[in-house]
Design a protein around this ligand. Structure first.
Ligand code: HEC
Length: 97
C-alpha cells in the first residue's frame, strides 16, 4: 500500500505513534485546509495561502495572535499555536505551489 506523506503523517498522528511529527508544519497545516481549501489553495471567500511569502504568512499570523489585525476567526486560531509552530506552518505553506 502506498501512502502519501500527508496520509502517513495523519495516520501516525491518529494512532499517536509519532507525537514529534504532529508538530511539523505539514501536519499542523492540515487543520487550515478545512477553511482555506485543499492544500490551502483557497475556497470561496477564503484566500489561498499556498505559495505566499513565508514572511507575509508569519506576519499575518503574529498580528492575528496579538490582535493587531482584526479577523472573524483567525485571531482565535492563531492563539492556539506557539510562535515556533506558526513559523513552521508559514514555512510549510510558503513552500507549496
Ligand atoms: C474556521 C476557518 C479557518 C481556519 C480553520 C483557518 N482559517 Fe485562516 N482565515 C480564515 C478567514 C475567515 C480569514 C479572513 C480573516 C478573518 O476573518 O479572520 C483567514 C485569513 C487568514 C490569513 C490572512 C491571509 C492574508 O494574506 O491576508 C492567514 C495568513 C491565514 N488565515 C492562515 C491560516 C492558517 C495558517 C491556518 C491553519 C493553522 C488557518 N488560517 C486556518 C478562516 C480560517
Amino acid at each position: 500500500m502506498v501512502l502519501s506523506r500527508a496520509a502517513l503523517a495523519t495516520a501516525l498522528v491518529l494512532f499517536g505513534v509519532a507525537p514529534a511529527m504532529a508538530q511539523t508544519g505539514q501536519a499542523m497545516a492540515q487543520t487550515c485546509y478545512v477553511c482555506h481549501g485543499p492544500g490551502a489553495k483557497g475556497a470561496g471567500q477564503i484566500v489561498a495561502l499556498a505559495g505566499l511569502p513565508k514572511d507575509h504568512l508569519a506576519r499575518q499570523m503574529a498580528d492575528f495572535k496579538a490582535d493587531k489585525r482584526p479577523g472573524t476567526i483567525m485571531n482565535r486560531i492563531a492563539k492556539g499555536y506557539t510562535d515556533e509552530q506558526l513559523a513552521l506552518i508559514a514555512e510549510y505553506l510558503a513552500a507549496q505551489k
